[in-house]
Ligand binder design. Structure first.
Ligand SMILES: Nc1nc2c(ncn2[C@@H]2O[C@H](COP(=O)(O)OP(=O)(O)O)[C@@H](O)[C@H]2O)c(=O)[nH]1
Ligand SMILES: [Mg+2]
Length: 259
């Protein structure tokens, strides 16, 4: 498989409605945002530069006090194809933002739905190769822990250990085969999301990514991992905290017990 394969049109069902702008939407980039005024325009610019055929965006903003929602609206006005913005009132968590964004992407007719953070931790240059992996898979996970993957070389030894062992712990709790269980950079076939059932997902915070991995494994869909190097954000602030991590571990343990 080559990166060029992404430039080939992807077949679509003849009866599916065209995307609102009349451009057939194939690849929807779903981006949750909370205070990403600096990073969102850069992300959109870099993603557009990848020349992905049938590209569109779905931004889910939770009333960011820094005005990210207005910036998203302006980007939507400038973008020639499908650029949807969902404005929600107040911070409601990453998980519910993705659930709402996935549904909008499906409703707009997208065939390949990408999860991506706004902060450029997920390098847009990886997108063409990652999306092309769906030619032979149901889910492609951009992975730090597969051959060729990694984390920012600037990370200290201690930070690498926390991240690595946190991932190992979550894999053990859920019995996951996927090596990067907390990955937030993935692409799904629309059929995969329909099979899993977006409204069945329960975890609304950091545990959401692992729950998605768990649901994919339980549904028996074909998951592949594609290497990338996770980069530290250079602007804005992370919303991650120790409390969020502890909450996720407790919720995931409960998820495994309940099934
Ligand atoms: N809409 C929405 N986006 C969120 C929320 N929490 C985090 N995000 C976004 O989710 C992405 C990942 O969050 P980030 O703080 O970078 O987490 P980290 O990469 O784990 O440090 C970023 O694009 C955030 O702006 C939330 O409650 N609502
Ligand atoms: Mg981040």
């Amino acid at each position: 498989m080559t990166d060029e394969s992404i430039n080939e049109p992807v077949t679509r069902d003849a009866d599916r409605p065209a995307a609102p702008a009349g451009v057939p939407l194939e690849v929807a980039i779903v981006v949750p945002t909370y205070n990403e005024a600096e990073t969102l325009p850069l992300l959109v610019e870099k993603v557009v530069a990848q020349n992905i055929v049938g590209l569109g965006f779905v931004v889910v903003d939770d009333g960011s006090p820094d005005g990210t929602g207005d910036i998203a609206d302006r980007l939507a006005d400038e973008f020639p194809g499908v650029f949807l913005v969902l404005h929600r009132e107040g911070k409601q968590g990453l998980g519910t933002a993705y659930m709402a964004g996935f549904q909008m992407a499906l409703d707009a007719g997208a065939e390949r739905i990408v999860e991506m953070d706004a902060d450029l931790s997920h390098p847009p240059e990886v997108l063409p190769g990652l999306i092309a992996r769906l030619d032979t898979a149901d889910v492609a996970v951009a992975s730090r822990y597969t051959d060729g993957g990694g984390v920012d070389p600037a990370w200290s030894w201690g930070r690498r250990q926390v991240s690595y062992w946190g991932n190992v712990g979550i894999r053990l709790i859920l019995g996951l085969k996927v090596k990067d269980a907390t990955a937030g950079f993935k692409v799904f076939r629309r059929k995969t999301l329909e099979t899993i059932g977006i409204d069945r997902l329960r975890l609304t915070g950091f545990g959401f990514q692992a729950e998605l991995a768990y649901r994919c494994q339980k549904a028996g869909v074909n998951v592949v991992e594609h290497p990338y190097v996770f980069m530290t954000r250079t602007a804005g602030k992370s919303k991650m905290s120790f409390a969020i991590i502890v909450e996720a571990f407790l919720q995931l343990t409960w998820l495994r017990i309940r099934g």
